[in-house]
Design a protein around this ligand. Structure first.
Ligand SMILES: NC(=O)C1=CN([C@@H]2O[C@H](COP(=O)(O)OP(=O)(O)OC[C@H]3O[C@@H](n4cnc5c(N)ncnc54)[C@H](O)[C@@H]3O)[C@@H](O)[C@H]2O)C=CC1
Ligand SMILES: NCC(=O)COP(=O)(O)O
Length: 334
């Protein structure tokens, strides 16, 4: 069987995208089991190469496969300063990569980081790349799953977010039994189809401190989250559903499993109810290793867990390890 052919977008060209793309492609381990074509603008890759190749190991842009996306305003793109031009470019790269993947030119898609604020400046009003992927592939049920394998113990952390890029004050009203049904079904299906876990254990966080402390610190658990979980247990007899675990203590055992002893890993996956409840522990444990993957799409999409890092763009110090892990996982799953 031939190795999967992946599209790799350049992300926001004012951020660390071009640097980590060239660093990842300079490491032979990245393309051991897959073929990669960069979807972006070769002249911008060349600028990064000229700037950094004497001090750090980078692939030569003239020796890698590039699906050229012409950008008219390249002169307006300045390293470290995201703006409307860099937002327009990163949006064009993503759109082209999705279109090409849907047409069968690629087996899967890896996206470098974009800045949502720059998309907005460029007139693209999406909360993130995930929603563009869902819209362009016609999927209304999708999820943001973070996957990381511990370099210390080999244990795998998988965290799905029930809600993602919304203001914190909107979380309680956005969480509903229907949404929870949808996210749990997607997670169970992904664990089976993509990770071979047919009878998984899933731990689910409460919303309030101490999961509401019997209604004293919040009522969502009593009012509907606990009844929803009971119903889910009868719907999925093969799946062990643990919860509602108080959101702070939920992460103690994964922390031990990540750093010390894989046997401490109580669950195959964690369902967090909002962005920072899930991502603060993921980034504390696994900033270099974690991969953001969109589940529910017709193809595999992965991305590093970090952002555009405008503060260090062009300095040659950005780590490519999360991007490399994203490429490796996309290759495995594709
Ligand atoms: N996958 C994506 O497209 C993501 C995009 N973002 C976007 O990125 C922008 C900046 O977000 P921030 O919250 O500042 O997060 P960030 O991840 O860009 O930066 C946070 C801190 O981590 C450092 N950092 C990030 N990646 C690094 C790497 N590969 N190597 C070394 N250090 C690294 C940065 O220098 C900074 O100090 C925002 O516009 C946000 O929307 C944020 C997360 C994911
Ligand atoms: N915090 C995760 C993140 O910002 C990634 O979002 P997306 O652009 O992949 O939808």
């Amino acid at each position: 069987m031939s190795s999967p052919h992946l599209a790799l977008t350049l992300g926001d060209p004012a951020g660390i995208g071009p640097e980590i793309v060239l660093k990842a492609l300079a490491d032979p381990k990245t393309t051991q089991h897959c073929q990669v074509t960069v979807v972006g603008t070769r002249s911008l890759l060349e600028k990064t190469y000229q700037r950094l190749h004497q001090t750090t190991s980078l692939a030569n842009p003239n020796q890698i496969a590039v699906r050229e996306v012409p950008i008219s305003a390249t002169k307006e793109i300045t390293m470290g300063k995201g703006n409307a031009a860099s937002g327009a470019a990163s949006f064009a790269y993503l759109k082209t990569a999705i279109t090409d993947t849907l047409q069968g030119k690629f087996d899967g898609l890896v996206t470098s980081p974009i800045a949502k604020s720059c998309w907005k400046l460029a007139g693209h009003h999406y909360p993130g790349q995930t929603e563009v992927l869902a819209t362009m592939t016609g999927r209304d049920q999708f999820g943001m799953l973070f996957v990381a394998r511990s370099p210390h113990t080999g244990w795998t952390l998988r965290t799905l977010l029930a809600t993602t890029h919304i203001p914190l004050k909107n979380v309680p009203e956005t969480l509903t039994p229907t949404l929870m049904d949808e996210k749990l079904a997607l997670l169970i299906n992904t664990l089976k189809e993509n990770f071979g876990l047919n009878a998984p254990t899933i731990a689910i966080a409460g919303l309030n401190p101490h999961s509401g402390e019997a209604g004293q610190l919040g009522k969502e658990e009593q009012d509907w989250l606990s009844p929803w979980l009971e119903q889910a247990r009868s719907q999925y007899p093969d799946v062990k559903l643990i919860g509602l675990v108080p959101p702070d203590t939920l992460w103690v055992k994964p922390g031990l499993a990540w750093f010390q002893d894989a046997k401490q890993g109580v669950a195959d996956a964690y369902l967090a109810l909002y962005h920072d409840q899930g991502l603060i522990p993921v980034k504390l444990m696994a900033f270099e290793e974690a991969i953001n993957t969109t589940i529910g799409l017709p193809f595999i999409r992965t991305s590093p867990d970090h952002g555009t890092a405008f503060d260090i763009a062009g300095k040659g110090i950005a780590s490519y390890h999360s991007l490399q892990a994203a490429i490796t996982l996309a290759g495995e799953l594709s």
